[in-house]
Write a new protein. Structure first.
Ligand SMILES: NC(=O)c1ccc[n+]([C@@H]2O[C@H](COP(=O)([O-])OP(=O)(O)OC[C@H]3O[C@@H](n4cnc5c(N)ncnc54)[C@H](O)[C@@H]3O)[C@@H](O)[C@H]2O)c1
Length: 347
């Protein structure tokens, strides 16, 4: 039997919106009826490719249409709360891009509202639907890596500087959602340090440290100002170590049978460590597009009344951690006093 048809409206057709549109259109029995954007220039890009989709600048028109079951929001973060609240109050299911909102109070309100209205609220934490991230979760849960000592992650590239948020709100949602998912816990302590190099009041580089009750520690390096694009995570466990490089086209995940054994000494002279350097294995990964899996999951949740894997509560946890990181950066970082990065040419 064909799945029940779901009619959607996409709001926000900037950088990310077209990717969402392409994937939602591929899901069986999903009709995208509207693309809404306040910019006419952006809307003009829709018609040549998708003449049967109605384009509009009016969000009200979209949510007043009773045929629309759900609204997909891909607008700047500062607009998420107001758009999602209006749509929930009009009875629409919501898929909203990361991060859920710009503060935890608004996120809590949306979670409560969606529950009260019995509507789906799903956040676009895309990496939780990505094959390498899912495979690493399986490896950690199976105990193959042992106890996780630490995680170190780099997410840096040149641009895109966001006009309304710091690099923390733009990039850390990815690392936070991945790391919290892998470890099954939220950090008890968050510390961040960084600065605004290009615009002094907008941090574009940040180094975040996380401590978890399990004992695991993590560091996340974020930057819009880097000569190369890095998407690289190192996980060190008591049994094995792992490197996840999302820029690789094949072998994104490599598991190293490397480690150190500490032999309990009976005297100081006997103190010794034995280093193990064994096989390096790249596990098989499923081959599907994370965004398609995410889009399909949202529609399945609407049809079956299931709670999404990345529901509003998941989004709220990330927003809380982002707030802590931003607060720490504002209190301890030196970017407020330092006016500009000074680049020195070394000859
Ligand atoms: N999951 C991912 O990997 C990923 C990647 C990039 C961006 N994002 C997220 O997607 C969202 C959008 O980011 P972007 O880079 O596409 O931004 P963008 O600025 O390129 O595009 C946003 C679009 O929204 C439109 N817009 C703004 N306010 C509006 C309103 N009130 N009503 C209708 N349209 C409005 C703008 O005109 C613009 O076309 C953000 O939440 C961002 O964090 C997610």
């Amino acid at each position: 039997m064909d799945p029940k048809r779901v009619t959607l409206a996409l709001v926000g057709y900037g950088y990310w919106g077209p990717n969402l549109l392409r994937n939602f259109m591929e899901v069986p029995n999903c009709q995208v009826k509207y693309v809404c954007d306040k910019s006419v220039t952006q809307l003009r890009r829709v018609a040549p490719k998708f003449p049967y989709i109605t384009t509009t600048q009016s969000f009200q028109e979209v949510i007043d249409d009773d045929e629309v079951d759900a609204v997909v929001i891909a607008t700047p973060i500062s607009t998420h709360y107001h758009l999602a609240k209006k749509a929930l109050l009009r009875g629409k299911h919501i898929f909203i891009e990361k991060p859920l909102t710009a503060d935890s109070q608004s996120a809590e309100e949306l979670v409560r509202l969606a529950d009260m209205q019995r509507l789906i609220l799903m956040v676009g934490h895309t990496f939780k639907y990505s094959p390498p991230v899912v495979k690493i979760k399986e490896l950690i849960d199976s105990g193959e890596l042992g106890d996780i000592y630490y995680i170190s992650s780099s997410r840096v590239n040149l641009g895109l500087h966001q006009p309304d948020v710091s690099v923390i709100w733009d990039l850390a949602p990815h690392d936070f959602s991945i790391i919290f998912y892998w470890l099954g816990e939220e950090p008890s302590r968050v510390h961040a340090f960084g600065r605004g190099c290009v615009k002094p009041d907008t941090p574009d580089v940040a180094f975040i440290n996380l401590a978890f009750d399990s004992g695991t520690v993590a560091e996340v390096q974020l930057s819009w100002l880097s000569p190369v694009k890095l998407r690289r995570t190192v996980i060190v466990g008591s049994k094995k170590m792992l490197i996840y490089d999302d820029t690789e086209s094949v072998e994104k995940v490599k598991v190293f049978d490397h480690g150190v054994n500490f032999i309990e000494p009976s005297s100081f002279e006997e103190f010794q460590l034995s280093y193990r350097s064994g096989d390096i294995v790249s596990p098989h990964l499923d081959n599907y597009e994370p965004l398609y899996a995410e889009a399909k999951h949202f529609l399945d949740c609407i049809r079956e009344g299931k709670r999404p894997r990345t529901d509003g509560l998941d989004g709220l946890r990330i927003v809380r951690a982002l707030e802590k990181a931003e607060k720490s950066l504002m209190e301890n970082g030196n970017f407020v006093e330092d006016s500009r990065c000074k680049f020195r040419v070394i000859r």
